[in-house]
Each structure stands twice: as structure tokens, then as C-alpha cells.
Write a protein that binds this ligand. Structure first.
Ligand code: FEO
Length: 393
């Protein structure tokens, strides 16, 4: 692919990773991803904003083949999917200065072994003139590491935001428009990368409120040519609003827990409550993370393995705790053969979730009439808590 013009002197350098299916050896990427760099040419200086994952460095370098000089390599984020090709870009343009936030300097030295002398740090609000093009640096920590910043191209009203507002999506589309698929890709990205830092993201969003944007150009996924599309989505995701949705991650070894889950779902639907079940041996945990962005309630379903929850349930609950969603309510259901400590162990895994525990329903062996009645009572309690909530999208 060739570099693509966005504005006079502003090019998109897209490195599309069509085949990547896992990020950080953890996060599923069903639609692949991209590592976007941007070339900004002023009358005097040229800046490259971010680079690409080293695995596809050759795709980046191919798009730079006719670029004679780069004066600045702007590193908005030190994670290697954006910074990892800096050493090769520096080898091609040995006079280039690496520009980053003060916190990023140490990370770039540690992760890439860059020479400190090649790095210049910029403070929050500092500007860099390229000649007719001015980049203003806006420190936006924790989108996604503590050192992250954005760069605002004042003359063209373009925000280069790196991970912030990104979407994991492999596509040849340069612009996002208002594509629902990109909305889902961005929500998946927010859930997995940004959600744990929701209160800090709020502050970063407030910091951006004073700017006008014609384009928002992240380093994953297409460029937002209708910035309100992604800004409004983020405003919603970081708000305290929860929806009428119960997420039910579960495992069933011999069918008892599945019977309970299905009974509970029917009981919830009868009461006007929506539910989504996730069978954890087959589920895409990114899909679960998306629903955790605004679901009001989580019900964990588990059988008992060696007196504790099933390891897949343990893992999913640990992840939900780490993502810190805005859940308001929780419950645990499941079965056991002769004894269980599943409830105690799951409860100990969720210190970050500020939830009201609405109850537990555990049955010995196959569920009986009284177990189903207990599930009906739980559904009633959930319905009372969901009364008046917005429908899930
Ligand atoms: Fe896309 Fe945090 O790296």
C-alpha cells in the first residue's frame, strides 16, 4: 500500500495486520488490526508520528521509500506496536530527533535501547513548528500507558491520538464515517484497553473539550472524519450510565449449571430484563468485555472443581475485575458434587467491582424445584434493580 493523502502535507501510513488474532497474547482480534503512522510535512521540517509493530516494519519502510528526510519521530506511546520500528526509522534517518513525553523517555530507552541523546521530551501544551504546520502536544496519561500523549495539528484541526479512540480493525478504508462495525471495534478496544482507567479517561476527555476537530487520527483502525461519532461514543462509555443487561459468563461440566443459566435467562426475560450468556470454553472474551462496558449486572455461573470455581471461570472473573466495568450488581450461581468453596473464592477475586451482591444459588448435583424457585427469586431481585434502565444497544 502507498501512503495516502489526508490533507496537504499530511499523509496516512497504514500498516494493516490482516492476520493478527491476538494482542498482548491475551486479547482476541477477530477482525485483525492496524498500526497507523502519519507523515506531516511543513515548509521547513518533516515529522513522522508513531511507527509500526516490528513484525510489519517492512510495510512501513516501503511507504517511506520516497521520503527523503524526517526531522522528528513523534512517539505518542511507547508500546512496541507503535514504537517498535523507531530504531529502523532512525537507522534510515540518523539525524532525526525522537520527540516524546518525559515519562516516555525512560520507557523508550528500556524497551528499545534508544540512545538518550536522540530523545527530546516535550511538556504538556508545548508546540513544535514544522513551518506552516504546528503540532501541539497534549499529555493524556493512561491511554494506554502512563506516558501517553496526543498531538494536535493546529492548522488542520487534526488530533493524532494513538491508542486513544483506536479500533482493532483491518480494513482498507481510510475513514470511519459512522460505520457500526467500526463502532463495535472501537468499543472492543475501549473495553480491553481504556475501561480500567475510566476516571482518568474522563479527565482526558475534559482536556480535549476546548479543541475543534476536523479529523481524529488514531494509530489503530480508520481515521474519524466525523469526530462526533467517536467522541459521543466515548462520552457514553465513560459515563455512569448502565443498561438493562445481565452478562452471564459460565461453564457447565455435566449440564447442571447450564440448566440453571437457561432457567435464569427465561426468568429474567419474563420480567423484561435482557441477558447474554458466554460459555467460557468457546467465548470471545473481547465480546464479553464489550458487554461489560455498560451492563448493569453480572451473574457468574460455575461448577465446582477441586472445591473452587472452574479455572476458566476464575480467569474470566479475574479479567472482569481487572477491567473495572461500571457494574452495579452481581450474583453467583452453579452446582457442586459434594462440597464447594466457589462463592468464597469468586468473591475474593472481585475487589475492584463496586457491586451489590444480590444473592447466590448453588445446588448439589442436578437442580431441583427449590433451586429453580431460588433462581426465580434472584431474577425478581435483578428486575427490581433494572427497573427504569435504558435498553442495551
Ligand atoms: Fe496500541 Fe498500547 O498500544
Amino acid at each position: 500500500m502507498e501512503k495516502r493523502a489526508m490533507r496537504d502535507g499530511v499523509h496516512f501510513i497504514g500498516v494493516v495486520d490482516w492476520n493478527r488474532r491476538l494482542f498482548d497474547s491475551l486479547i482476541p482480534l477477530p477482525e485483525g488490526t492496524s498500526y497507523n503512522a502519519y507523515l506531516v510535512e511543513g515548509t521547513e521540517k518533516t515529522a513522522l508520528i508513531d511507527t509500526a509493530d516490528p513484525a510489519l516494519e517492512h510495510v512501513l519502510m516501503e511507504q517511506l521509500r520516497n521520503v527523503e528526510k524526517i526531522d522528528y519521530i513523534i512517539s505518542l506511546h511507547s508500546e512496541q506496536d507503535h514504537s517498535g520500528s523507531i530504531p529502523s526509522v532512525l537507522a534510515k534517518y540518523p539525524g532525526a530527533e525522537v520527540i516524546c513525553s518525559p515519562k516516555a523517555k525512560e520507557l523508550l530507552v528500556d524497551h528499545l535501547h534508544l540512545k538518550e541523546a536522540a530523545i527530546r521530551t516535550v511538556e504538556d501544551g508545548e508546540t513544535l513548528s514544522l513551518g506552516g504546520k504546528t503540532l501541539k502536544f497534549i499529555h493524556t496519561p493512561w491511554v494506554h500507558w502512563p506516558e501517553t500523549m496526543c498531538a494536535y495539528l493546529e492548522e488542520d484541526k487534526i488530533l493524532f491520538s494513538c491508542d486513544f479512540f483506536g479500533s482493532h480493525l483491518a480494513t482498507t478504508s481510510l475513514y470511519a464515517g459512522e460505520d457500526p462495525m467500526i463502532y463495535e471495534g472501537a468499543k472492543r478496544y475501549y473495553a480491553e484497553i481504556m475501561m480500567p482507567f475510566r476516571s482518568i479517561i474522563r479527565k482526558n476527555m475534559e482536556k480535549l473539550e476546548g479543541y475543534e476537530f476536523d479529523l481524529i487520527a488514531p494509530s489503530h483502525g480508520p481515521v474519524y472524519d466525523k469526530p462526533a461519532f467517536i467522541l459521543d461514543a466515548y462520552r457514553d462509555w465513560i459515563s455512569d450510565r448502565v443498561t438493562n443487561l445481565v452478562v452471564i459468563p459460565y461453564i457447565s461440566m455435566h449440564g447442571s449449571t447450564e440448566l440453571m443459566v437457561d432457567h435464569l435467562i427465561n426468568a429474567l426475560v419474563k420480567r423484561g430484563v435482557m441477558a447474554q450468556k458466554f460459555e467460557l470454553t468457546a467465548t470471545d472474551i473481547g465480546r464479553l468485555a464489550i458487554d461489560l462496558v455498560d451492563a448493569a449486572t453480572i451473574v457468574v455461573g460455575t461448577p465446582t472443581v477441586h472445591f473452587g470455581p472452574h479455572p476458566a471461570v476464575y480467569s474470566a472473573v479475574h479479567l472482569a475485575n481487572a477491567l473495572r466495568p461500571k457494574l452495579k450488581n452481581a450474583a453467583i450461581i452453579g452446582s457442586y458434587g459434594w462440597g464447594t468453596k466457589a462463592v468464597e473464592q469468586i468473591s475474593g477475586l472481585i475487589p475492584n467491582l463496586k457491586v451489590e451482591v444480590l444473592g447466590t444459588v448453588l445446588c448439589k448435583g442436578m437442580p431441583r424445584k427449590e433451586d429453580y424457585a431460588a433462581l426465580d427469586d434472584l431474577a425478581e431481585k435483578i428486575a427490581e434493580k433494572h427497573n427504569g434502565l435504558d435498553p442495551a444497544r
